[in-house]
Design a protein. Structure first.
Length: 637
């Protein structure tokens, strides 16, 4: 029997090796078309897709992924995920069809470039200014130089708009030289997700993407949709043109585009595109080479699998019969009428099957966890590479559908008011006969390859005794083997980062990135006051009753804030009774505060904020604000 100190890190156990051998029997190894299509149309690239910022700092490179050159998966990686990671490593400029090009592998997402009559139409300018500029430069180094005349945001996630200032600038947009086109609801969706739950979501995203893990065969190898995210400057230019109808047809620089809105699918605001002249269909992020997330591990509002499937069916019926290629803003295209039809049908039915069967079993009284254990895809879907769970998984998508309809509560009253881990952990340890007895039994289970159970049991012990080194190592070892066995990149990253933090602690990487200036400027006044409200410690503020008039001197906007019963509310209508204090400041100075370039206290001292009336009401409000820093524990108390 192994002892805790003998549990070797970064080494696959016999149980993991056996799991991978079984997985190989289950994969469609005879299907090699993805390898061909991922390389089809290749024009050129730069070594390692390297991108640096204006100061020479590395923003993006795939040099650290050269260990993926071996086509045979090591024992520390699921063979299907290893294959996906190798395909996602292919980078450069690719021709999709006449007038349509993509830059892939320079970011988590793809940039699509459409050659108009006089200029370029850019779909999704990647995550940051630096990678977007590098992608456009790569294109221009191989194709005739034309100006950018339009930028289209396919949806409201940052990896699809954050590089906009790498392909155009604010002046060109405001002058009308460049149109910025987006689906209705884009700005609210793009900004709100990063404000209200931004701190906790960023910390959880470390586990989803594995951004703080080393790149090697034992750690981060992929993120499912692509390699990972870049470390550049996130920018944003507000759309000048919103698509509002279910379908709209417009001619942009000689290119006819049919826009199909797909709200509440992969993003709250999203749309597909059909190019009739070019016989090409773009499914944004609703039809990619993986089972996607219905609720990502980083957190988000649950997505509607039923609508997702319906939108794919609409595209299948309306546009696929007239398309020679279908492509998306991640991964690689599919060519040929029969393959296009089969691909969209399978993606459509993937989400519909999960939705319908989850709801069916819900109505038999099964809980989300129980359904997730029982759910199996039909053989016809299971045999498709693109239907496998490199990013989302059947398991956590089922739980997301359950949550969508029935909330977090599984209906069992014993779980309605269950103790949190900090309180239940010590009791589990006591019931199980103490820490040493738990560890000895867990070691035996570990030797049998029962890693899920070992991780679960050790979690109780760690929450009871956070400094117990044996428990931390055994829990980490179990999580590590679960990571090695995971087909999903997001699960692998979560398990492996959990293991590392149990062994080494959080480390210095667990700090929140500075906010993007463009994102801060795009925060609406109402969203700012909502954000201010969630920072108030309600119990500390429960005896305060203040009416605050808040005026933005540069925009002329006026708001009435009321702090009462520990809750802050905001209205554009003035207070019925006189305000206790009036706050006057520019919106630009508020942006400086949100960017941490100054503070409310300093702005008051420097006369940038003027207070009239009972100024203590305002300073007392500031004293009630919590500070979020994102440096919190996840795998320990």
């Amino acid at each position: 029997m192994s002892h805790p100190q003998d549990l070797s890190a970064e080494k696959a156990t016999l149980a993991t090796v056996a799991a991978h051998k079984q997985a190989l029997q289950d994969l469609p190894l005879e299907d090699h078309l993805d390898e061909e299509e991922a390389r089809r149309g290749f024009i050129g690239t730069v070594p390692d897709a390297e991108v640096r910022d204006a100061y020479g700092a590395l923003v993006w490179s795939v040099a650290d992924y050269q260990f993926l050159s071996d086509p045979v998966a090591p024992a520390t990686a699921h063979p299907a995920l290893w294959r996906q990671a190798r395909l996602n490593l292919i980078h450069g400029l690719f021709k999709v069809t006449d007038r349509i090009y993509q830059v892939r592998g320079f970011d988590l997402s793809n940039m699509t470039i459409i050659e108009g009559d006089s200029g370029l139409i850019i779909i999704d300018p990647l995550t940051c200014r630096e990678t977007a500029k590098a992608a456009l430069d790569l294109y221009l180094s191989h194709r005739p130089g034309k100006p950018v005349v339009a930028v289209i945001y396919s949806h409201s996630h940052a990896d699809h708009f954050g590089g906009v200032k790498g392909v155009t600038d604010e002046a060109s947009v405001r002058s009308g030289k460049v149109a910025v086109i987006a689906p209705e609801g884009f700005m609210e969706a793009a900004i709100s997700e990063n404000v209200m739950a931004g701190t906790v979501m960023w910390r959880r995203a470390q586990f989803q993407g594995g951004s703080t893990l080393p790149r090697n065969a034992c750690c981060q190898i992929d993120a499912g949709l692509g390699k990972t995210g870049p470390r550049g400057t996130v920018t944003l230019i507000e759309p000048t043109w919103l698509i509002r109808e279910e379908t709209e047809t417009h001619v942009i620089d000689g290119i006819e585009i049919v826009f199909q809105l797909t709200p509440e699918s992969e993003a709250p605001a999203e749309m597909h595109f059909f190019f009739p002249q070019l016989r090409a269909l773009n499914l944004a992020e609703n039809g990619t080479r993986t089972l996607h997330n219905l609720c990502p591990l980083r957190g988000a509002q649950v997505r509607d699998a039923r609508l997702w499937s319906r939108y794919l069916n609409d595209s299948l019926e309306r546009y696929a019969p007239h398309a020679d290629v279908v492509f998306a803003q991640h991964h690689w295209p599919t060519w040929g009428r029969a393959r296009i039809t089969a691909f969209i049908e399978q993606q459509r039915d993937l989400y519909k099957f999960l939705h319908d069967q989850t709801v069916r079993m819900m109505n038999h009284g099964l809980t989300g966890v129980e359904i997730a254990e029982r759910m199996r895809l039909p053989d016809s879907l299971h045999a498709q590479w693109h239907a496998r769970g490199y990013y989302g998984t059947v398991s956590h998508n089922v739980k997301a559908i359950y949550q969508y309809y029935l909330s977090w509560y599984d209906g069992n009253p014993s779980n309605l008011h269950a103790l949190p881990p900090e309180m239940s952990g010590p009791r589990y340890v006591e019931y199980m006969g103490g820490a040493q007895a738990m560890i000895e039994r867990a070691r035996e289970d570990y030797e049998r390859g029962e890693y899920r159970w070992v991780a679960q049991v050790m979690n109780h012990l760690i929450f009871a005794e956070p400094q117990n080194k044996d428990a931390r190592e055994l829990g980490a070892a179990a999580l590590e083997q679960m990571g090695f066995q995971a087909e999903s990149a997001t699960w692998r990253n979560a398990f492996l980062l959990g293991a590392r933090e149990l062994r080494e602690g959080r480390g210095r990487a667990a700090t929140v990135n500075s906010r993007s200036a463009d994102m801060v400027r795009a925060i609406s006044d109402s969203l700012f006051f909502d954000y201010l409200a969630i920072r108030i410690d309600g119990l500390k503020a429960q005896h305060m009753h203040s009416r605050i008039a808040w005026n933005f001197t540069d925009t002329g906007k006026r708001y009435a804030l009321t702090l009462q019963h520990g809750a802050l509310t905001c209205s554009e209508a003035p207070h019925v009774t006189p305000s206790h204090v009036t706050v006057s400041m520019s919106r630009e100075h508020l942006n400086e505060i949100l960017l941490a370039k100054t503070t409310f206290a300093d702005a008051i001292a420097q006369g940038q904020i003027m207070l009239e009336g009972d100024s203590e009401r305002f300073t007392s409000l500031l004293g009630m604000l919590d500070r979020f820093n994102g440096d919190f524990n996840v795998v320990e108390p």
